[in-house]
Design a protein around this ligand. Structure first.
Ligand code: PLP
Length: 283
């Protein structure tokens, strides 16, 4: 693979970041993941906008302009002949001698790489996922897309070893989200319910698109907190993310959701999401 590092295109083995980088020592970094289908960037404007919000929240300067950022996404897909897959971008505050206090003038580290992946025919779309609830244990600023993913990684690994596909974080009895996706239910009267935006969860780009599409398709939608009990008695459930789009969830802690198979509304939302995205331009 050819990766991008601070203005240079390098073979992956030659791309080196300082051991003093604050991304490495303090998880002082943010990231974005953008899908590519048929060489086209999916929901790029939303990802670019959230990247800026994450940087602003941490006071990290944006190292490249808007046009260059888009050009870099297109160029890295081209150089790696990615027709279908993911583009990962990370910006850390930069390197300094180890110190909790950081100066304002550090030069950020910008890294990009691609992952060739078949995002368009995910076999799990047909079977749906089994999730396990776990206590919410991440930091309290989850609206910032930081690389501080240790708790999520530990929980998902433990759940995977028990045969679950993912975890669902629960805080004060209410579901926040999955390890790397937003979580939604369809109630038995056909309403889409998704948690309202706050610092408790990442403001998913796919979540926003789906909410918009669902309303345009005539579905009733509510943005509010909901419990594990409400999820257990829902007709359908699904998660959304840049890499899985709309992924059905068919069981929670071993209990079936609905009839335990992929529901018609989840399936329909997946179809219209892909259709809609492929019609949109990159910028
Ligand atoms: N929630 C978390 C914690 C995530 O890490 C992600 C994506 O990685 C999402 C939600 C979904 O966000 P998006 O749809 O922008 O990919």
């Amino acid at each position: 693979r050819t990766v991008y590092l601070n203005g240079e295109w390098l073979p992956e083995a030659d791309a080196k970041v300082s051991v003093f980088d604050r991304g490495f020592l303090f998880a002082d970094a943010i990231y974005e993941v953008t899908a590519v289908i048929d060489g086209k960037l999916i929901a790029y404007p939303g990802h670019a906008a959230r990247l800026r919000r994450s940087l602003d929240a941490l006071g990290i300067p944006m190292p490249v302009g808007d046009d260059e950022l888009l050009a870099l996404h297109k160029e890295i897909a081209r150089r790696n002949t990615i027709q279908e897959g993911l583009i990962y971008l990370q910006i850390s505050r930069g390197a300094q001698d180890r110190d909790f206090v950081f100066p304002q003038d550090l030069a950020p580290t910008l890294v990009m790489f691609t992952q060739a992946k078949r995002v368009l025919d995910n076999p799990k779309w047909k079977t749906g996922l089994s999730l396990q609830t776990v206590p919410e244990g991440r930091w309290a600023q989850r609206q910032i897309k930081t690389v501080q993913l240790l708790y999520s990684s530990l929980m998902k690994t433990e759940a995977a070893r028990k045969g679950y596909d993912d975890v669902l974080f629960v805080e004060d009895g209410y579901i926040t989200e999955a390890s790397s996706a937003n979580f939604h239910i369809i109630t038995t009267d056909g309403t889409l319910v998704t948690r309202d935006l706050s610092n408790a969860l990442l403001h998913g780009i796919t979540r926003g698109s789906i909410l918009d599409l669902a309303q345009r398709a005539g579905l009733k939608a509510e943005e509010r907190s909901f419990t594990v009990d409400e999820t257990r008695s829902a007709a359908e459930a699904f998660i959304t993310s840049a890499s899985s789009f709309v992924m059905p969830v068919v069981s929670l802690d071993g209990h079936k959701i609905g009839d335990g198979t992929v529901g018609p509304t989840s399936r329909r939302l997946l179809e219209i999401y892909i259709e809609d995205q492929l019609q949109q331009g990159d910028a």
